[in-house]
Design a protein around this ligand. Structure first.
Ligand code: NAP
Ligand code: GDP
Length: 335
């Protein structure tokens, strides 16, 4: 692998994680850069990937040989519930442009990023790779979920028709440095970390949305980064692979809030706002296929990874992303 590896969404949570691993792992090691390879990390300033001509200009400029495709309109439960059509259409356009141009430019491999939201709402747990298309996704994020699901359909279609090696990964909930730490348009860990830091600073209660009962399975962005690099180097199936800690590491939102309280050093009041949605109760995913194929990957313990993320956010408070998802600022809704 000595060509140009293009990472779309290279400025986001996962993209920054991959950049960190590529810059810090020894060259030639299992997750490190290969000799002679050039890694290009793109952000939306390099071109709007919803636009075919802008995307084509990127491919003409960089002539990628492989693509890690992360770019997506991403949001937590609350933005997904509000902007379903935008989440569906933006992601369909981005994915279609990347896959079609990767085909036309004869890229040797594309690894796209899905999410456990793609799985059916009503399905036997744990989630495993072959259950993606067995029923409709949860209603709270069906726009985003269907947009992502179609990547797997496209990967198979490109492979069946042309023999393209396009595959995908399914991470569970991700957190880490460079996350979107907005107070409302964000995922649970960055949103609650920010709220807890403000509660500590202003001596106000720390409010957690929902009942605290739902369960989630988390993966640290730098662990995920290593696993995505492994997927690019070593995974050779079209079918997706779940990249996550084990299903026995599922934890409740209350456990997450407790871990955040500890990492932030917050000693004040802490309450649940049960008028806010809980979303899906749980979606445990099996990492058996991953552990079998990698020979056993060692994940960073949750509290340690959380502490690193909290420390990073505190040290980078002024430059970290806290301004919501700007891409949704002028989008209309009926609410
Ligand atoms: P993120 O931090 O929000 O980053 C999104 C990236 O996509 C940024 O680099 C952004 O560029 C880029 N982007 C968005 N719209 C674009 C457009 N129209 N044109 C060009 N670039 C665009 O997201 P993330 O959390 O790293 O997510 C990476 C992947 O993981 C996504 O495919 C997501 O669906 C998946 N995933 C995320 C989670 C999670 O918990 N975060 C869980 C499962 C799966 P700018 O920042 O420059 O605007
Ligand atoms: P999901 O896994 O797609 O639902 O993604 P989230 O990261 O948005 O997690 C949502 C879960 O965390 C739900 O049960 C929410 O009720 C709960 N939650 C508690 N506080 C917050 C918060 O401040 N932001 C978000 N996004 N979710 C929160």
């Amino acid at each position: 692998m000595s060509g140009t590896i293009l990472v779309t969404g290279g400025t986001g949570l996962v993209g920054k994680g991959i950049q960190y691993i590529i810059e810090n792992e020894p060259e030639g090691s299992r997750f490190g850069k290969k000799a002679g390879a050039k890694w290009v990390f793109l952000g939306s300033k390099d071109g709007d990937l919803r636009d075919f001509e802008a995307t084509k200009a990127i491919f003409e400029k960089h002539q990628p040989t492989e693509v890690i495709h992360l770019a997506a309109l991403v949001g937590g439960l609350f933005s997904n519930m509000k902007y379903k059509s935008t989440f569906l259409r933006d992601n369909l356009l981005i994915n279609d442009n990347i896959l079609e141009l990767s085909h036309r430019f004869k890229c040797k491999k594309v690894v796209s990023c899905l999410s456990t939201c793609v799985f059916p709402d009503k399905v036997e747990y744990p989630l495993t790779e072959e259950k993606v298309h067995l029923g409709p996704p949860h209603g709270s994020n069906f726009g985003y979920a269907h947009g992502k699901r179609l990547v797997d359909v496209q990967n198979h279609a490109y492979n069946d028709q042309y023999g393209d090696m396009f595959t995908s990964v399914i991470p569970t909930n991700i957190f880490g440095e460079h996350d979107n730490y907005d107070l409302s348009d964000s995922h649970v860990i960055p949103g609650l970390v920010h709220k807890c830091i403000l509660a500590k600073k202003n001596n106000t209660p720390f409010i957690v949305s929902g009942t605290g009962k739902p369960l989630r399975q988390f993966v640290y962005s730098r662990d995920l980064a290593k696993l995505m690099i492994w997927t690019l180097y070593e995974y050779n199936e079209i079918d997706p692979i779940i990249l996550s800690t084990g299903e026995d590491e599922e934890i409740s939102i209350k456990d997450v809030a407790d871990a955040i309280v500890k990492a932030v050093g917050f000693e004040g009041d802490y309450q649940f706002d049960t008028s806010k949605a809980d979303g899906q109760y749980r979606k445990p995913a099996s990492n058996a296929k991953l552990q079998r194929l990698t020979g056993g990957f060692k994940f960073t313990p949750f509290q340690e990874a959380l502490q690193q993320s909290v420390t990073w956010f505190m040290e980078n408070y002024d430059s970290a992303r806290t301004g919501g998802n700007g891409k949704l600022n002028n989008v209309e809704t009926k609410q």
